[in-house]
Design a protein around this ligand. Structure first.
Ligand code: NAD
Length: 316
């Protein structure tokens, strides 16, 4: 079996491409255009996995022979920062919409399986516990990024009806956890970075006591592997969520490792006054499983940054 992973050098991809389960794969195509300059993700790749790295854009013709030669495509490549997506809607449309259409059409044409990572941000303004039955006008993405992911979900369903595309959509909670291509603009990781290098934590004014869905990176990787191993390409959507947490709970966990941290409250274009949780019940019923742990993951990430600023007292 051959696998193609687009956006392979990013936060999720750089961990996924080191996954032990890839040892049984014949060839792993890694596609990335270095938009985010994560060259280090290619350092020290494990022996015993056959990689084929291509510095290519997902919109380029180079994707055709690669997808033709792959059995499964895991399409991670995207413009991924929700907050800055307000300033670059054209780029978001080009990569996240047109790019997905290009990849999905090739998958449909060659009968390849597609895994599409969407985001729990498609739920947007909700209250209480939500699950996959929340649909249509009740989904309220709050940024061009989240809107592009919802567009992608709908596009794949339409293509599946028209061309029989076999795909699964995994709506991931905000990822936390170390990888060599880790990025730091999402809640948990951003706070870890700020705490470890001695900056005040920038917390959105309204966010402190609101619950939001999060996903441990290792649970996301295990979800991709579970979908592939069990051929879960049933054209469904599954929430992949380790836990629902308030920002206060996250900060308290970081404070145990960085006791002297400070907080500054800020405004954000995606402030949302409501608190909501996302259910992972449907994924559990399909055999997806969770072993992620926020406390352990925070400890691991902070330990990696423990010498970044010796004036910051860190206990790990
Ligand atoms: N990290 C999260 O919290 C999270 C949560 C939900 C969903 N997701 C989704 O998971 C996927 C991976 O997320 P991530 O955190 O690893 O993102 P990331 O930004 O760390 O990585 C994305 C990678 O895609 C590459 N890329 C961007 N445009 C490209 C293009 N046109 N052609 C080829 N490569 C391109 C970038 O260089 C980068 O290496 C994304 O689709 C994202 O929307 C992520």
């Amino acid at each position: 079996m051959n696998i193609c992973i687009t956006g392979a050098l990013g936060h999720i991809g750089s961990a996924l491409i080191r996954s032990d389960s890839l040892r049984s794969v014949d060839r792993v195509y890694l596609i990335d255009n270095f938009l985010t300059q994560r060259y280090a993700s290619l350092f020290d790749l494990p022996d015993g996995i056959t990689y084929s790295f291509h510095e290519s854009d997902i919109l380029s013709d180079a994707m055709r022979p690669i997808i033709r030669d792959s059995d499964v495509v895991i399409h991670l490549a995207a413009i991924t920062d929700a907050e800055t997506s307000f300033h670059k809607p054209e780029q978001v449309n080009k990569v996240n919409k047109k790019g997905l259409r290009h990849i999905a059409k090739l998958c449909a044409e060659y009968g390849r399986f597609l895994i599409f990572p969407s985001t729990t941000s498609v739920y947007g303004v909700q209250e209480g516990l939500v699950d996959e039955s929340c649909q249509g006008k009740d989904l309220k993405p709050q940024s061009p990024y989240a809107e592009s992911k919802l567009y992608g979900e709908k596009y794949l369903s339409t293509l599946a009806k028209k061309n029989g595309l076999k795909f699964v959509t995994l709506r991931l909670g905000t990822i936390f956890g170390y990888s060599i291509g880790m990025r730091f603009h999402t809640a948990v990781n951003k706070f870890i970075w700020q705490a470890a290098i001695g900056q005040p934590l920038t917390v959105w004014k309204t966010a402190l006591n609101q619950k939001r869905p999060y996903c441990d990176l290792k649970d996301a990787i295990s979800a991709f592997n579970h979908a592939m191993e069990n051929k879960i390409f049933d054209q469904e959507i599954y929430n992949i969520v380790t836990t629902n947490l308030t920002v206060k709970e996250i900060i308290d966990a970081i404070k145990k490792r960085v006791p002297g941290l400070n907080i500054t409250f800020t405004d954000s274009p995606i402030m949302n006054l409501l608190s909501y949780e996302v259910s992972n019940q449907m994924s559990l019923e399909k055999g997806f499983s969770y072993s992620g742990d926020l406390t352990e993951s925070i400890k691991h990430s902070i330990r990696k940054l423990r010498n970044a600023n010796s004036s910051v007292k860190i206990t790990v």
